[in-house]
Write a protein that binds this ligand. Structure first.
Ligand code: ASP
Length: 437
């Protein structure tokens, strides 16, 4: 039985953090494959190495001098190396990166070097090999990750070594050019390595003790989530709760490998276990509550809409033609409303209204803004009666008007639309109902 462990930027920000990582690895021998981010912030206001690298790239692309930020990068690694008493000479690698950036500035190559250098340092510190992700985590020309080929190549290499450090965040095209995932992408690398090595568990070590059941900026001290299904996590993340890169779920989910979010600074905390729904024991109907502001509703009314074939399709076509995402579509017999992000609607607002009028022959069309959506998510509600009733009673008791309701047929979430002015109050009322202190 072995595990893949990934450490985020704040877990690797300085030598003290490197030592904590080594202690975590020592505490459990099955933690064999170690994926690392670039050094993150040491304090709030500090700059991540990846951001310094993007700054270097931007200057290099304009043909400007970037020795200032590059000097800071040298210093960050130099300090870690010196404090850990490592003999490894990083100068040659740093000089090569600087020279390449001058000669052929490439954005992804630049960004990836934070992870690359950190992996060299960590491998040296732990005394185990570094296995590069370039040439093993592969992308097609369009930048899409190639799962099967990558798993095969990576697993063949990692089978040769019982332990290894792998840099996160990047891989390469077939011709060897570096390509990165989007920001925070070392989480995805961790999931890919866990899958390729058939790990029993993917531990993702960060600076919080897992996922919280509500936004701590809105609710004081929300309860931690000990266990959650991949699907619930997707719902909560989509609605704003973030702890993991959203693409990190797919590689492990299909292989049934659980993800355990852990805290490098509190290694005894159990963190959050993310797994298939069947594996989670639910002791309450609601797992978490998350929400987002900034939505608008387009309400279309037409007599006998229910008897008009393809009406919803025509409405959605107009919205899709403008590249706008449809979030929800609650409807009545002669009304249909489409909830869309306001910032996507704004640039096309007038054209959309004109086109809708022309193409759908609606009797009336209204747009209302300042809608916030709140998702009450919980697989546990499938087996419990009255969850929706409790949610709406809590909102009514708090004098909050509900503008929209949408319950997915999976019975795993209830989406509630409220006026943005009521958003925080509504979140607190729902939290108090489902997570009584
Ligand atoms: N270092 C990269 C970033 O800052 C990737 C990561 O940390 O996952 O986004």
């Amino acid at each position: 039985m072995h595990k893949t462990v990934k450490f985020g930027g704040s877990s690797l920000a300085d030598a003290k953090q490197f030592r904590k990582v080594a202690a975590i690895l020592e505490a459990d021998e099955s933690r064999r494959y170690v994926v690392v981010s670039a050094p993150g912030k040491r304090w709030s206001g500090d700059v991540k190495v990846t951001d310094l690298l993007y700054t270097c790239y931007n200057a290099a692309a304009r043909g400007e001098d970037f020795s200032g930020p590059f000097g800071q990068i040298r210093e960050r690694y130099g300090e870690i190396r010196a404090e850990l008493g490592l003999k490894l000479d990083l100068d040659a690698a740093l000089n090569e990166i600087e020279a390449r950036l001058c000669a052929h500035p490439d954005r992804d190559y630049a960004a990836s070097r934070g992870e690359y250098l950190n992996a060299l340092l960590m491998a040296d510190f732990l005394g185990i090999p570094m296995v590069d992700a370039a040439g093993r985590i592969l992308f097609d020309e369009g930048g899409s990750f190639l799962p099967e080929r990558s798993y095969r190549t990576l697993s063949a290499k990692l089978r040769e070594t019982p332990r290894a450090v792998i840099p996160g965040f990047y891989g390469s095209f077939e011709d060897g050019r570096i390509h990165t995932f989007s920001r925070g992408g070392s989480d995805v690398t961790g999931a890919i390595v866990a899958r390729a090595t058939n790990s029993a568990l993917y531990e993702n070590w960060t600076d919080v003790s897992g996922l919280l059941s509500c936004d701590p900026h809105i609710v004081e001290n929300p309860a931690p989530i000990r266990a959650i299904s991949y699907t619930e996590l997707r719902e909560l993340s989509y609605m704003g709760a973030s702890v993991l890169h959203e693409s990190a779920i797919f590689p492990v989910k299909s292989a049934g490998i659980p993800i355990n979010i852990r805290n490098t600074n509190a290694p005894d905390d159990p963190g959050t276990m993310i797994q298939t729904g069947a594996g989670v024991k639910y002791d309450r109907p609601v797992t978490g509550i998350a929400g987002r502001k900034g939505f608008s509703t387009i309400l279309v009314e037409m007599d006998q809409m229910n008897e008009t074939v393809g009406y919803a399709r025509d409405v959605l076509q107009v919205i899709a033609d403008h590249g706008i995402l449809m979030e929800h579509m609650p409807s009545g017999i002669d009304t249909l409303s489409v909830v869309v992000p306001t910032e996507q609607l704004d640039p096309h607002r007038n054209e959309i209204l004109v086109e809708l009028k022309q193409k759908t022959h609606a009797d009336a069309i209204y747009v209302s803004d300042r809608l916030s959506l709140i998702a009450v998510v919980g697989r546990g509600m499938v087996r419990q009666k009255g969850t929706a009733m409790r949610a709406f009673r809590a909102l009514a008791d708090a004098q909050i008007n509900v503008n929209m309701i949408d319950q997915g047929s999976g019975e795993m979430n209830i989406i509630i639309g409220v006026e943005t002015a009521d958003f925080e109050e509504a979140m607190r009322a729902l939290y108090a109902e489902f997570f009584p202190r």
